[in-house]
Design a protein around this ligand. Structure first.
Ligand code: SF4
Length: 176
């Protein structure tokens, strides 16, 4: 087991302490540098930097950054959500480390969905039924991982299927 323990620290944004979203920093008791390129390959990271090794992933719309001895999670609803994501990450880190002989490590930022490719599958009527002002805005939000196919009620089943197929190439795993 690579990661056995950590200390969790919950912070509220300094600019507005009453802001309802929390930030969490987990201070790791072990150094996870070596697993990060493997985890990047397994989870489909958003960004990877080699020196020092740093991996950023999106988990249920939250940005999670893994450093050698620290994990930072933003925009959490409550402490339980932080615990759930941290325990899931611990499991992924240890399973990935255990299986590293079968994984090709990835030392660069993985490809992301392209906004114009997403837009091709949308109806382009700018009807606003999804809450976005235009289909282009919806496509940008989807490329960032903040939207799903089901949120556009105007798409045909065939359009949904094709867009899901395109998006699924870029998606990693997430906690249940
Ligand atoms: S609901 Fe669909 S068609 Fe309407 S604006 Fe949103 S993305 Fe475009």
């Amino acid at each position: 087991m690579l990661l056995t323990s950590y200390r969790k620290e919950i912070r509220r944004p300094k600019c507005n302490p009453s802001f309802e979203r929390l930030h969490c920093i987990a201070h790791l008791d072990q150094d996870i540098s070596e697993v990060l390129p493997y985890l990047n390959a397994v989870l489909g990271g958003e960004a990877f930097f080699k020196d020092p090794p740093t991996l950023t992933i999106k988990v249920h719309g939250k940005r999670v950054t893994l450093h050698p001895k620290q994990i930072a999670i933003n925009a959490l609803q409550d402490e339980e959500e932080a615990d759930r994501i941290l325990e899931w990450l611990k499991k992924e880190i240890n399973e990935t480390w255990q299986n590293r002989d079968k994984i090709t490590p990835l030392f660069e930022s993985p490809k992301k969905p392209e906004v114009f490719q997403i837009l091709k599958f949308l109806p382009k009527t700018n009807c606003k039924k999804c809450g976005a002002p235009t289909c282009m805005v919806f496509a940008v939000q989807m490329a960032e991982g903040g939207r799903s196919v089901d949120q556009c009620p105007e798409m045909s089943e065939e359009q949904k299927r094709k867009l899901n197929e395109y998006i699924s190439q870029f998606q990693g795993l997430s906690p249940a």
